[in-house]
Design a protein around this ligand. Sequence first.
Ligand code: ARG
Length: 548
Amino acid sequence: SVSSAFDFAPNLFPLSSTAQGYTALGAPSNAALDPSGVMSGGSLEKNKSITYLNGLSLVVGLIIGSGIFSSPSQVNRNAGSPGASLIVWVVAGILAWTGAASYAELGGAIPLNGGAQVYLSKIFGEWAGFLFTWCAVCVLKPGSAAIIAIIFGEYLVRAIIGADAVDASTWLDKSVAMGGLVFVTLLNCISTKVGTRSADIFMFMKFLALLGVTITGVVVAFTGFSYKGVASDDWKTKGWWEGTNTDISNWAVALYAGLWAFDGWDNVNYVTAEFKNPTRDLPRVIHTSLPLVIISYILANISYFLVLPADVIESSNTVAVAFGSQVFGPIGSLVLALFVSGSCFGALNATTFTSGRLVYAAGREGYLPELFGTIGLGKSHRAVRLHANTKSKIPRKIVDWFADDDAGFFFTPISAMALNAIVTAIYIVIGSFDTLVTFYGVAGYSFYFLAVLGLIILRVKEPELERPYKTWITTPIIFCCVSLFLLSRAVFAEPVQTLLVVAFMAAGLVVWFGWVGRRRNKEKGRFRHGEGDGGEKGGWKFWKRWRN
Ligand code: ARG
């Protein structure tokens, strides 16, 4: 079937049946692992099953990942003092909160799969949606995977060779990161089930790791207990404000690091259509999950400060290992290192899964070469239907456990995932946590900014549009102002990363106006007339008709 110009290839993905049954914390899998909705085959409407609690754990689970265990170093170095760092964490949290609320309104008003790609297409024209997809494929998806993989590597290396090897070779860290990436990509190539099942296993690791840090911090604060003797007294001798940085650009860099830990809030709106009672529960989910995450991050940071001297926090991306080692000795650091790397592995797995679908959909949509819109090992590949083959020597039960229901093995977007893995690997090699976080932040917040600006435009242009959830108008305005500040400071704070992002965007525009966009206009003329929707005339008119 030919998808409409503005629907992000919703009916093209044949794997939905296998993922449908999977539940993460009771919520449908396609919400948890398929935020872009590509896999759900446009069946969001069928699946009105998310309750308030499901939504809550989903959002919290999506946001908590590597950041709270790795960003504190960069936040502290750039903010200068514990007090200033805590302010950065609060501001980052509030920005995420206002962003999530704004996106929820967009998601309700434009209830289609595809997230920002769709909103930008509707509001600004298809070029903007393409630009988002382009940057998601080149920067956002592989960039975030690289960051998570790097933190995974750093923690796993410390779990294996010991906490005190803070200065382990970067290349060892990077090799392990690369190994994790390859492993996760292979897992996700085998079958959809293997990918989703591994997500299940790692889901709770992050909760335990974060809870461990906060509870330990509270206990240390009250009892003063610590394996290595006294916990840090930095905060007593130096106070909370000594050393606060006065350079506003450094604050922007700190903010990018904090925002990384809160990132993922944009996935909130992907589940809007699946709520049983969206009007009531969606705002409730947002307005409890974000404050919950903000509070737990603040508590975790206070715990770090109470236990560790500032220079230890600032010296590595593996603050949780130093924390565990200070309070519980070698066992503590081992346990925390394992849990955090497990949490990162889970995040890497989920993001690999969605990246594969995103790249695949972009290939189907004609945004990328056709090759990336193929399933399996090539155009003519037939799925390996091992489980249907009763002569197979492998016990049926085991095969069934791993094989996709209708498709068997390797019926996954393999070339798409390979592309994503290659770009991710490049970032792992040339980047570091610090550089990638800013790079990712600049690219990500450009689009968050555009989409939320679009919300404001939409309010003016289409006041009558049905909006199941409506934020206060101050919410998007605050979001736009703060992210504009952030983006404008990036040029001064990190010119190289910013220029790179601008270069990627410029390249995307060239590709669109020089090639993909033109071809699509021709195709639309040829194929889409029959649909009688006047889609060629621009996104907005098409959209209004589509809705009715
Ligand atoms: N907040 C997550 C972390 O701390 C990162 C989420 C990455 N973003 C995303 N859309 N998957 O690791």
